[in-house]
Design a protein around this ligand. Structure first.
Ligand code: FAD
Length: 291
């Protein structure tokens, strides 16, 4: 349910092993346009070197403050709702092996807390006080976190007896759940870049993986299986239900026209949109370095 960053970083190696060119410490700083269609990105390495990468499709998997969403004009959500609660969380070395696999929630007064099963013998404890209490955490987050558990959430305090806090307290306030327009000609958004929901659901990582995979399947079909053969008719590869075990999910995070003849709908099933793709991208050179 709650996989830590280090565990997820292994995915980069999996991608490399599958043939992906993974470039770390490199930021997307601009989009390359060919008319109304996105045709690549401008990137800047940590050392300052900047260059262009041309691509038939650009996927923004760059989180809530997505640069790709902003530059594609999709930053403003079409549906959004302020959370109303702040978030403060920390990991505990959980001595209760019997309870560690159990997600549990406590509501006492206006306070809300959730314990999420985690890898490595840890349990993540997320406090979500009313947003108005965020000021009380300002500048003294550790103290207020510990005080809240001890004084305002005694049942949680009892659950954590003998389990030391293993990390500092991480915080986030003024969160907003949203759906953004998530695809257009030559571009799409995956994960938090496209939609974000209340952390209490603990679904964000799973959804990012799930919809990333769906998007990969839709684009893989559009690109063809024998390498970069142009945007052809992907019907063959997509025959049947391409989503496999993902069928029937109604909580999707993507909706829009990819500009490749396919659209991605919030039900998670790629559907043919009937439009021919724009033909303006001449180069499929993924490196295309110009500086
Ligand atoms: C307080 C809190 C608690 C949460 N708890 C849970 C939980 O228990 N379980 C769960 O499943 N989810 C949880 N979530 C949600 C989860 O963290 C996200 O849904 C998930 O990380 C989304 O993954 P992502 O890859 O889309 O985005 P991110 O994890 O944000 O990754 C985006 C990546 O893009 C990179 N990036 C950003 N800008 C650029 C750029 N311009 N160029 C190149 N790279 C860039 C970033 O460095 C980052 O590595 C929580 C969220 C919050 C705020």
């Amino acid at each position: 349910m709650c996989v830590r960053r280090a565990g997820l970083d292994a995915l980069a190696e999996t991608a490399r092993a599958a043939g992906a060119d993974v470039r770390e410490r490199t930021r997307v700083t601009g989009l390359l346009w060919a008319g109304r269609r996105v045709g690549g990105v401008r990137v800047t390495e940590r050392g300052g070197r900047a260059y262009d990468i041309r691509a038939r499709y650009v996927i923004g998997a760059d989180g809530r403050r997505s640069t790709v969403a902003r530059l594609a004009g999709a930053e403003r959500p079409y549906l959004a709702r302020a959370d109303g609660r702040a978030c403060y969380y920390a990991y505990f070395e959980d001595v209760r092996a019997d309870l560690r696999p159990v997600a549990a929630q406590w509501r006492q007064g206006a306070e809300l807390a959730t314990a999420f099963p985690c890898d490595g013998g840890l349990t993540l404890v997320l406090l979500m006080p009313p947003e108005a209490r965020a000021a009380e955490f300002q500048g003294r987050v550790e103290e207020e976190y510990d005080r809240t558990v001890k004084e305002l959430l005694p049942d949680l305090s009892e659950r954590l007896a003998g389990s030391p806090r293993a990390t500092r307290v991480f915080g986030a306030a003024r969160l907003e759940s949203y759906f953004r327009p998530s695809a257009g000609p030559g571009w799409a958004l995956a994960g938090d870049a496209g939609h974000f929901k209340d952390p209490v659901t603990a679904q964000g990582i799973r959804d990012a993986l799930r919809y990333g995979r769906l998007l990969g399947e839709a684009l893989g079909a559009a690109l063809g299986t024998a390498g970069d053969q142009g945007v052809g008719d992907p019907t063959g590869d997509m025959a049947g239900d391409p989503t496999g075990d993902m069928a029937g999910d109604a909580g999707g995070g993507m909706a829009g026209d990819l500009g490749c003849g396919w659209s991605v709908r919030c039900c998670g099933r790629p559907r043919r949109c009937g439009r021919r793709p724009g033909a303006s991208i001449a180069s499929s050179d993924r490196r295309g370095e110009t500086a």
